[in-house]
Design a protein around this ligand. Structure first.
Ligand code: SF4
Length: 480
């Protein structure tokens, strides 16, 4: 079985370098992110996008303000519908709860619909360690499971792979004949998955949103795998972050609209599956047991630390598609379940292990494109800056960063030092340039990264302040 394109345990800089040097990854990202960003913009422009965003934002803010009450309401209604609600503080609690449910029900095989929450808590590994077979059924997740890789995008987990790569994986793992025909490739996956659905004992999915007033868990899919996961096996388990709540059915459809338009540029998804409990007498299908696992895993801490705004996220992935950093390095370079701008914000707060997590808030140009694209108007750049502040204030910045910023501070606080530094910079860069045909082609030490892809122009011989002084010299100043 192939291994991940990037080793997620390597240092952040190594992961980024590896991504930038991967020509196939660059092609795959270029093909997909631009298309998805364009489709989102068109779908939002087709309606009053500004109003929709305002409404969703207001609703999500209401949810955060009333989170405890709404969660209790959800629990009451799920229980009244015949389901079971479980509260999981940490990832290990989710693993324990789901493994216990599976053991009690004598589960041998689990089919899963796409769920970032279960990725976050490494649920597959826990179930496999307990002796169960786990099969991902979302096409993208199925492909990366065969390839032995984690997802690299919130809604398009296999975005880092070209169709050529996927064909190779299926030829190797499913004995598919060589082809680049998407229909043939999809048919191979469909045939393999159909067998798994029909023999599975347990279905597990995430939850795009749960409706507090009815106790209904909703999943939004385009492949129908979500519906089969929630209805065919004997036991159905929903794993949901505690923030994925909406108060009413009306609010659910508001979020649904924003999600479909922002995620895939659709007016609505092919399937919206709503489960309010186990099968009732007279129902033609549905699970015998229904369980809802509510996951904290750092979300309450996020609220307490002032990053609660990030809990308004509806996981549409739009911020990833417009981010100039994500579009270059893809998801695996972040080393976290969640990548892109939203991943850089929530990964340091969630209780997940990420190598060099403090570097993630720096994986941004702070251009603001993510905030503009976000259907909930989440101010990601603000939080990225505040996370950088935390790194400095809590003494976790690197020796180089601390020294450089101290030197910068000393220079900026004193006009004489500022001018002296300018003169030194001007002299140094002009000297370098004179030796290299007019521009600085390579800078020393850590500054060398700047000149790897571009020349650095020498600083002006005379600074603005010098020129200004000369200009006003001898002039009478008129004014109060
Ligand atoms: S932060 Fe906004 S744009 Fe990014 S995934 Fe969440 S809802 Fe979508």
């Amino acid at each position: 079985m192939a291994t991940s394109t990037i080793d997620l345990t390597l240092p952040y800089e190594t992961r980024v370098k590896s991504a930038l040097n991967n020509a196939h990854l660059r092609v795959a990202l270029e093909r997909s992110t631009g298309r998805m960003a364009g489709q989102r913009a068109a779908a939002m422009n087709a309606v009053d996008g500004r109003r929709l965003r305002d409404q969703v934002r207001q609703m999500k803010e209401y949810v955060l303000r009333h989170l405890p009450d709404l969660l209790e309401q959800l629990e009451t209604n799920v229980t009244a519908n015949g389901g079971h609600v479980h509260w999981a503080k940490e990832a290990i609690d989710v693993q324990r709860i789901v493994v216990e449910i599976a053991r009690r029900a004598n589960v041998q095989k689990v089919v899963k619909a796409k769920s970032m929450a279960t990725e976050e808590v490494h649920l597959n590994q826990a179930l496999q360690a307990a002796g169960m077979k786990v099969v991902e059924t979302d096409l993208g997740e199925f492909i990366i499971q065969l390839a032995g890789e984690p997802p690299s995008h919130i809604i398009a987990p296999v975005i880092h792979r070209r169709i050529e790569d996927i064909s190779n994986i299926f030829q190797r793992e499913l004995d598919m004949p060589p082809t680049l025909d998407p229909q043939v490739i999809c048919s191979a996956a469909r045939a393999a998955l159909r067998r798994e659905f029909l023999s599975a004992d347990m279905g597990i999915s995430g939850c795009n949103f749960a409706i507090a007033e009815t106790g209904t868990c909703c999943i939004v899919t385009n492949e129908g795998n979500g519906r089969m996961t929630s209805t065919l096996p004997r036991v159905y388990v929903v794993v949901m972050g505690i923030e994925k709540l909406v108060p009413t059915v009306e609010d659910a459809f508001l979020q649904y609209q924003a999600l479909c338009r922002s995620a895939t540029g659709q007016q609505c998804s092919v399937y919206l599956s709503m489960t309010s409990g186990p099968r009732r007498p007279g129902d033609v299908d549905g699970p015998e047991e229904f369980h809802l696992v509510l996951v904290d895993n750092g979300r309450i801490d996020m609220l307490a630390k002032g990053y609660g705004e990030a809990l308004c996220c509806i996981r549409c992935g739009a911020c990833l598609n417009v981010c100039p950093v994500y579009r270059e390095i893809g998801g695996h370079a972040y080393g976290s379940t969640y990548s892109g701008p939203i991943g850089a914000v929530i990964s340091p707060s969630l209780h997940i292990e990420v190598t060099d997590v403090d570097k993630l808030p720096y994986a941004s140009t702070l251009c603001g494109a993510c905030r503009e694209a976000c259907p909930v108007k989440i101010d990601l750049p603000r939080m990225l800056v505040e996370l950088r502040r935390d790194v400095v204030e809590e003494g976790r910045a690197s020796f180089f960063d601390r020294t450089a910023m101290q030197a910068f501070l000393q220079m900026m606080q004193n006009p004489s030092r500022y001018e002296a530094a300018g003169k030194l910079g001007s002299l140094g860069t002009r000297l370098f340039a004179a030796l290299n045909g007019g521009t600085v082609k390579s800078m020393p030490g850590p500054l060398s990264a700047w000149t790897k892809r571009r020349d650095f122009p020498p600083l002006a011989g005379r600074s603005f302040r010098e020129q200004w002084r000369e200009r006003v010299k001898g002039r009478k100043v008129i004014g109060p």
